[in-house]
Design a protein. Structure first.
Length: 238
């Protein structure tokens, strides 16, 4: 009785068909993996961009908080741009003024200097005038200004505010958008940033942030948001 089985030609054909199916499967999985990694990179880029923009949006919405009168007096701009740096001011806390202030004075007696450091900024104002000054040194019961006061102020009619300053800028050498709070070291906010731009229209009180991030094959993905900072709007509301 003849033996049953595959001939050599049938075995080779089966093996060839198996190899074709295997190679096709490998090519499919390689293509799927490449597509997955591309989508993953795009998602991570989008998440980084929107996370950074959301943080900046919150900072802008806080801009001018507690600085209604200084803004109306023109003492400082709550939101401004200086050499590509977005600068945002808010009130950190009120300080207790112990004596009247005279023009040309540099040392200010206050109730407490706790947690106040050199390099911070003060805002001094009454109902008619005001000024902002950096602090050059801090003592137990007094603060020394970096420059003399331009005007005199009565203690009972004057407010003294410790300012919080947030700076946002692009580190072009490392392609990192950084966020700096007061005099602390700047911290990375978004990486792989190719461009950062900001506009603030006082007439419409509308801030626009534009961010460019490096995408696949060195292409740039652009992101933009618009923010209406309500605190600055209240300052100029009649």
């Amino acid at each position: 009785m003849p033996e049953k089985g595959f001939s050599l030609i049938e075995s080779l054909m089966s093996l060839s068909l198996f190899l074709i199916i295997l190679l096709s499967s490998l090519e499919f999985f390689a293509s799927a993996r490449s597509h997955f990694l591309k989508l993953k990179d795009e998602q991570e880029t989008n998440q980084a961009a929107y996370s950074g923009l959301d943080k900046m949006r919150v900072d802008i919405l806080q801009g001018g908080l507690g600085l209604l009168m200084p803004a109306r007096l023109g003492v400082l701009e709550s939101i401004s741009k200086n050499n590509g740096t977005l600068i945002i001011y808010t009130k950190e806390k009120d300080l207790s003024l112990l004596t009247d202030l005279v023009s040309g004075q540099t040392r200010i007696l206050v109730g407490s200097t706790k947690k106040i450091k050199k390099g911070r900024e003060l805002c001094i104002f009454d109902s008619n005038k005001g000024e902002a000054k950096p602090i050059s040194s801090v003592n137990k019961d007094s603060l020394v200004l970096s420059s003399p006061l331009n005007s005199s102020y009565l203690k009972d009619d004057t407010s003294l505010i410790l300012l919080k300053k947030i700076s946002l800028f692009l580190d072009e050498n490392k392609h990192i958008l950084r966020r700096k709070v007061n005099s602390s070291p700047p911290q990375p906010l978004v990486e792989d940033v190719t461009s950062f731009d900001f506009d603030y229209e006082k007439s419409s009180n509308l801030a626009r942030l534009r961010l460019g991030l490096k995408a696949n094959k060195n292409k740039e993905r652009r992101y933009e948001i618009s923010v209406f900072p309500k605190n600055t709007a209240l300052a100029f509301r009649r």
